[in-house]
Structure formats: C-alpha cells, structure tokens
Design a protein around this ligand. Structure first.
Ligand code: GLN
Length: 232
C-alpha cells in the first residue's frame, strides 16, 4: 500500500556509531542495517529523507524537541519510551549483554563486578539495566557518550566491563575486536523506528508498509545478511 508523504523531506536522526546498524565505511559514508532499511523504505514509499547521525541520546532529544521527524538507531521498544514515542512494527530482535576484554577470566557472573566500574552508553537500555542492578551487585557505573568511547574505555581499562546490545558486541567480535561475553545475554526487546508521540503518523505508516514489502520480497533478509552472518 502506498501512503502519501506530507512533507517534502523528513529529518531522520540516528546514532553516530552503532555497527552493524549505522557506521561509516572506509569512504566515510554511513551504512548499516538501519541505514539501508530506511533508504529502501523511503524509495519504496516515495518520500525523501535527510539522515542526521548525531548519537543515540541526541537523536532521542531531537525527536522529542521536533528537530527530527523520526529516528532509527537500534532503538529498543520499551513501555517507558512508549509514553513519549510512537513506534513502528518491530524490525529486529535484540537484547543486551555484558562484555569484558578478551582474556579477562575474573568476571564470570554479575557478582564478580563488586567494587568495579562498568560502562554503558548514556540513555540506553544497557544504562538502565546497570542502574537498576547497581546496588544488588555493588559496582559503579561510568556513562559514555558514544559506542566508540565505550569500547575505548574498556580497551584502556578505565572500565572492567561494559553492557551493550548483543548484536553490536557480536559484530565487534566478528570484526576481531578483543572482547568476550562471559555472562549469558539478558532477554531483550525489539528495535523500532520511532516518531514523537502523536506526530508524523504517516511516517510510521510508510515505514510499516515499506518494511512489510522488504520482508515479502526477501530484501530485508538480504540487507541483514550483508552485515550479520549465521545469527551472531
Ligand atoms: N537498543 C539500545 C536502546 O535502545 C541501544 C541503542 C543504541 O545504543 N543505539 O537503548
């Protein structure tokens, strides 16, 4: 079904780096599952987009303040966020997981984090999870602005562990980043495209229609398969 766009162009906010969902390739161009899906959906539904890769919490704020029309940023659909956002149909099943430096054998459970510093990207589901379990396990939290900063903090030992979405950690490991995941992942939610609650309803409709079409034709699987091999 074709939906009529109501704007000449829609500003779509995204994360600055969240591979394999959005990241710059060696030519400095953004690509990834979110980027490719959004571009194809806009083509299929005949609307124009202007991507802004501004970081996760900045994207949330941009949509809330009306500076962006929508966001696609590996954003988990949660009850809390549904108070402020309308979400598309879920387009990717995810969840969160703890990662340590490869070769660190001292962390085998959350209890082993006692007295240590654990990192997460500000404003994320991982940050919420760490905050909610902080007193139970006795670690402290360091919040970082970007995924790059999070992974560097682990690399230089500023934090002993970090929490992030498992497809992102899995992609890092597949790209030979020296990471290990000693604790099973947490049951997680799915990613959705989001608009400010009550705003740009046609954008959600166009996203859902386009997504349905990409799934029907197999192009959705092709896009995901470009970045994620054998489910990791
Ligand atoms: N899925 C996580 C969340 O929604 C992380 C998103 C991100 O870092 N881009 O909070």
């Amino acid at each position: 079904k074709q939906i009529n766009p109501l704007k000449d162009s829609y500003v779509i906010a995204s994360d600055s780096t969240f591979a394999p969902f959005e990241f710059q390739n060696s030519d400095g161009e953004y690509q990834g599952i979110d980027v490719d899906l959004m571009i194809r959906i806009a083509e299929l539904q005949g609307f124009n987009i202007n991507f802004k890769f501004i970081g996760f919490s900045s994207a949330v704020q941009a949509v809330e303040s009306g500076q962006a029309d929508g966001m696609i940023a590996g954003m988990t659909i949660t009850k809390e966020r549904e108070k402020a956002f309308d979400f598309s149909d879920p387009y990717f099943k995810s969840g969160i997981q703890l990662a340590v430096k490869k070769g660190n054998d001292t962390i085998k459970s959350y209890e082993d984090l006692k007295g240590k510093t654990v990192g997460a990207k500000i404003g994320t589901e991982s940050a919420d999870f760490l905050e909610a379990n902080k007193d139970k396990y006795g670690y402290s939290i360091k919040y970082l602005d970007t995924t790059d900063a999070l992974y560097s903090a682990l690399e230089i030992g500023e934090i002993v562990a970090m929490m992030d979405d498992y497809p992102v950690i899995g992609y890092g490991i597949a790209q030979n980043q020296p990471l290990a995941t000693p604790i099973p992942r947490e049951e997680g939610g799915s990613y959705g495209f989001a608009v400010k609650k009550g705003k740009n309803p046609e954008l959600i409709e166009m996203f859902n229609e386009g997504l349905k079409e990409l799934k029907r034709t197999g192009e959705y699987d092709e896009i995901v398969g470009t970045y994620i091999k054998d489910g990791s």
